[in-house]
Design a protein around this ligand. Structure first.
Ligand SMILES: [Zn+2]
Length: 456
């Protein structure tokens, strides 16, 4: 007999945990008697809560129920037209809760799951028991009910017989169950992309920060969870943070700038796939997701690495100079060492000390921020350039032969152009190691690549 598990692999290294405080909340505080009655008519496990309203108590049951409430009550545009690309076909846009209850009849909370697993369903001889298993990382009170409702839809789709494959290439190459073949098949990852895209584009009363978060999430799964790349109408830009904390977008070709919004504080922007994380210069402040157009904050932590950071004292925080979040590896760059997690299936950590006398200052993405790449450049405070990364799942730091004609705070490649920001706040274009100053009228304190989408 073959027991088949359909596991939803979340974007690796991204377990988004722990609340920071009340900001944009996807969930309600109390669930009404009428709603509970209706949910319990589909899931008898929740009958014990009927008879009165059920208010937030930090329990996993409340989290599951809130996620179902999110599916039931999120309002969408009546007219949801298809995207011109693969983000949204509308195939799964109608009545999420009915779709879910038509396929799942019991939810079981698991106490342990493989790393990266959020939820799964099982089938034996092609028949499912219609039980959805939810893993611990999905159930901390702060894991957004928005994420869970998308997850629930993904799991429900497995009941129709759609399984995953191991990606042969791309950011998730070699990870079991982390890809579907092609989005047009309408499998579970297609559901993930479509639900997030639908929230980003068509939810009518969702907090703007949650919509921005959903937009980036649709892009992450769209770009990472398919063996055949999906069609996306997008544009790449370089985001500039000015010393007056304004975000500007810079068109890499025309070099035209446009005002976007304001940054909540000065700091470093770390990319996690399509998401942006702000690590403030002020070490009394927490790291958090940042959105470019004044959409506000969301309550979930953008990464377990940021959750860790946020618990530290200001002086410990100051020891972290940069952070790399790839699809299969992460590196915490400290002043005198680098802490690698190179195995996406385990939590093995390896610290590598920098050579004596070397102090790390920042990462440089001379080939662009690439989620699939296993290496990047690291600059020291004396301007020396090192290469670091994971080779065969083992972290390394070694001298690089790459040289620049000045010390850079940041380097990113956007399309075919390489941009560098120096410590005086000047922006340069870099070609064959030679820097040319660009005429930007204000001082720039941080740069980051960004992608915009014509659909959402
Ligand atoms: Zn799945």
């Amino acid at each position: 007999m073959t027991l088949k598990k359909f596991i939803l692999i979340i974007t690796l290294m991204t377990t988004a945990l722990l609340a920071l405080e009340t900001k944009a909340q996807a969930s309600t505080n109390c669930i009404s008697q009428a709603d509970l009655n209706d949910i319990a008519s589909h899931f008898s496990q929740f009958s014990k809560y009927t008879g009165k309203e059920f208010c937030a108590d930090g329990s996993s049951d409340f989290q599951l129920l809130s996620s179902m409430m999110f599916m039931r009550s999120t309002a969408f545009d009546l007219n949801m037209t298809k995207s011109p690309d693969d983000f949204f076909s509308g195939k799964f846009s109608q009545d999420w809760f009915s779709y879910f209850t038509g396929r799942i009849s019991k939810i079981k909370v698991e106490s342990a799951c493989p790393k990266g697993a959020l939820a799964y369903v099982q089938a034996m001889l092609g028949l499912s028991d219609h039980v959805m298993h939810v893993c611990p990382i999905g159930l901390l009170p702060s894991f957004s009910t928005l994420d869970l409702s998308s997850t629930f839809m993904h799991e429900a789709r497995h009941i129709d017989g759609y399984a995953h494959i191991t990606c042969s290439k791309g950011p998730r190459a070699g990870i079991q169950g982390a890809c579907d073949k092609v989005i047009a098949d309408g499998g579970s990852y297609a559901v993930t992309v479509e639900t997030y895209a639908q929230l980003a584009k068509y939810a009518t009363a969702l907090h703007p920060a949650l919509k921005a978060y959903a937009r980036a999430s649709a892009a992450v799964y769209g770009q990472e969870a398919f063996e055949t790349p999906i069609s996306i109408q997008s544009k790449n830009e370089l985001v500039l943070m000015t010393d007056s904390l304004q975000f500007l977008s810079l068109d890499p070709t025309t070099l035209a700038t446009q005002t976007l919004g304001n940054s909540p504080s000065a700091g470093k922007i770390v990319k996690r796939a399509s998401h942006m994380i702000l690590i403030p210069e002020d070490k009394t402040l927490p790291g958090k997701y940042v959105f470019l157009k004044n959409q506000g904050d969301i309550s979930q932590s953008p990464s377990d690495l940021i959750t860790e950071y946020n618990t530290q004292t200001p002086s410990n925080k100051a020891n972290l100079v940069d952070l790399h979040i790839g699809a299969q590896w992460t590196a915490r760059v400290y002043k005198n060492s680098v802490r690698f997690v190179c195995d996406p299936t385990a939590s093995t950590v390896k610290d590598i000390s920098l050579p004596a006398g070397m102090t790390a200052t920042n990462l440089l993405y001379v080939n662009g921020y690439d989620r699939a790449s296993f290496s990047t450049l690291l600059s020291m405070d004396n301007g020396d350039i090192y290469e670091m990364g994971c080779a065969n799942r083992v972290g390394y730091v070694q001298v690089s032969n790459v040289k620049f004609d000045q010390k850079y705070k940041r380097i990113y490649k956007v399309n075919d152009k390489t941009f560098g920001l120096n410590f005086n706040g000047e922006l340069f274009s870099i070609e064959n190691g030679k820097s040319t100053l660009l005429n930007i009228p204000t001082r720039i304190i941080e740069i980051s690549p960004n992608q915009t989408y014509s659909f959402m």
